[in-house]
Design a protein around this ligand. Sequence first.
Ligand code: FRU
Length: 467
Amino acid sequence: MNREHELLTAAIEKANENKSNIKKDPYYPLYHVASPVGLINDPNGWIQWKGTYHLFFQWNPFENSHGAKFWGHVTSTDLVHWKEESPALAPSESYEKDGCYSGSAIAIDDKLYLFYTGNVKNDDQRESYQCIAVSQDGHQFRKLGNVLDVPEGYTAHFRDPKVWKENDVYYMVMGAQTLEEKGCVLLFQSKNLHQWENLGVLADGFGYMWECPDFFSLQGKDVLLFSPQGMEPEGIHYQNTFQSGYFIGEWKEGTNRYTHNHFQEIDHGFDFYAPQTTEDEKGRRILIAWMGMADGFEHLHPTLDYNWIHQLTIPRELSIRDNKLIQQPVEELKQLRGNKLYDRTIKDRWNGEISRTVEWIFKPNDEQEFTLELYNGIQLVYNQREKTLSFYRERLDHKGHEVRTALVEGNVSEVRAYVDRSSIELFINDGELTFTSRIFPSIKNKEMQIHGDGHLTVWNLAKKVGE
Ligand code: FRU
């Protein structure tokens, strides 16, 4: 058996062995993509190909920690039901021995190509190689090896290729760090996928490393989405260990000339990183992110008892409104709606019981403060005077609560939530603000409370029997 086959077989065995465990875990999600065993992080290679959505992810099947990453693989035809596939990439070769790191997918002439970073670490020395793998059937991938070395002037923190095609030219954005340890995104172009010309810095200006860039056009604008490391907290901003955000601007094709507005955070919760988008066959720009964070608290996740850690977000459709990225749950997720638990007017105070897989929509009355509380301790508080929304959850080390706050423009007219056992995704005002977080409330708690006036609708979410 060759090394690649050996590693892939061992990973599949690990996942199979853990099936009975994850079934028992009350925190294992119903409708989110989560690790079958071990740790997952960034979504990778996100694409709809020949009608089927293919989603890959960074995966360490052997430990509940970061390490030599594989590319796990799931597919879907409806963005609601995900089918587990055999892992696509294992770190079997010398140029990727410490991980097949993040990257993207592109379909060319009936074939599916994956671009990823081969990560090598020897003592303190890091090397990185930008690699290609190709598939005819979307299941088995043949590696073609390294196509791009680290350019001069940059450290080996050079990774996460995102490739696309425009007017017969292939382009690639790369996360990079200069020798002076400044983060940036570099742009490359190619006629054949194998030789890449460096067009230079597309954007830079803060932080020590920019990870997972994605560059796409949307409603006539050019959006650069990326995850910068090394931003200091500033008031309510940049509170997580690492951030994710974007520029909106204009790019002169074929050059690195990109004029853009200021950096904006894309999410305001605790667990959102390394988002990746794709344009699907309906022409929608759909985003999925890692619902996790390398924040030093990973060893406290209760899911470790069941031998897995982390999950991805639900797919979200992107648009631009008032120079801001808007995120809305894809329409297909409405298929999950089962019975309506509540559809009622709330006056002043209300409490009821909900399950752990719910969608709810609360429409507060105009200009009014409110507090929404779930499972005793998870709170969303709207302060009308200061125009702030604050999301509270219990700290993972149980030492009190922690909070993330965002500013609201205008008023809050709608709060929509997707709850899935150990996660909550909040969409405010039709996707103008989002808060994405893992939550681990005591599993028996079913309480929901509202202080305020408005209308509440709650659906129980379920997959249809047999799925
Ligand atoms: C982001 C990241 C990427 C890297 C991958 C390794 O979370 O650090 O830059 O490719 O994770 O798993």
